[in-house]
Design a protein around this ligand. Structure first.
Ligand code: MF3
Ligand code: CO
Length: 248
């Protein structure tokens, strides 16, 4: 069942989303060669708690950190630690916050210093595929119109979308119905109504769409070792169209 949110609930989610956005913005500033992913994690946790929130990922299915840091061929769910960022790396940072019982969830991929043209194009296409998805989130559209918008844009640009991980409804739980795949034919699934809130999160690979999970049981990597980029926003559908909640 999809739980539609009231105006009041969306107001709360806006607050959670604002913290997520502030953390991502601050972390972007800290991304330089030599910094460890663990340092980014500690900074994120401190900021989230100072803002009165809780890190949503910490302890989720025993996940050991407050953010996910996924570098280069890592797709999602990379665990922060002692690894140092290198010039030319790309890193996806995923942040989740719980505030007053409501969740916000967003991710973005950043370059460390100057990155190669292929990596830059991958990040640009992945970011724009999220823009396309948000634009497809209109009253009266079907859920899979969002999925199709991502896939069409990504494949038009000769990249591939990950199939095994999907976006999700979000609200009083981090993961609610419905699942939001990043691929599929248009015109399927529930009709979108005001009050639906979705975490839309395209994962885009430079090579094939196939992924595997490392022995740490979390880190998802591309099977062919190609680069991957990931962007996510929590988006509410209001009477006047989609509203991104994970912005300042
Ligand atoms: N944004 C991701 C998701 O929606 C991150 C959660 S994974 C976690 O699933 F384990 F780190 F929480
Ligand atoms: Co998510």
């Amino acid at each position: 069942m999809i739980k539609l949110k009231s105006t009041r609930e969306i107001e709360m989610m806006r607050e959670a989303g604002r913290i997520v956005a502030a953390v991502l913005l601050e972390l972007e500033r800290l991304i330089v060669a030599g910094v460890t992913t663990g340092a980014l994690d500690r900074m994120a946790e401190k900021m989230i708690r100072r803002a009165g929130g809780e890190p949503a990922f910490l302890g989720y299915h025993n996940y050991p950190a407050s953010i996910c840091t996924s570098i280069n061929e890592e797709v999602v769910h990379g665990i922060p630690g002692l690894r140092k960022l290198k010039e030319g790396d790309i890193i996806s940072i995923d942040v989740g916050v719980r505030l007053k019982g409501y969740y916000g969830d967003a991710a973005a991929t950043f370059g460390v210093g100057a990155v190669g043209p292929g990596a830059q194009r991958l990040m640009d296409v992945a970011r724009r595929s999220l823009d396309q998805a948000i634009a497809a989130m209109r009253q009266g559209a079907h859920l899979s119109d969002i999925s199709h918008a991502v896939q069409a844009y990504v494949e038009m640009n000769s990249f591939a979308v990950v199939r095994n991980f999907v976006g999700h409804g979000i609200g009083t739980e981090m993961h609610e119905e419905p699942q939001v795949p990043n691929f599929g034919p248009p015109g399927r699934g529930p009709v979108l109504q005001p009050g639906i809130v979705l975490a839309i999160e395209p994962m885009v690979n430079a090579g094939g769409w196939e992924v595997e999970v490392l022995k740490d049981h979390w880190t998802v990597v591309t099977k062919d070792g190609s680069l991957s980029a990931h962007f996510e926003h929590t988006v509410a559908l209001g009477d006047n169209g989609p509203e991104v909640l994970t912005i300042l």
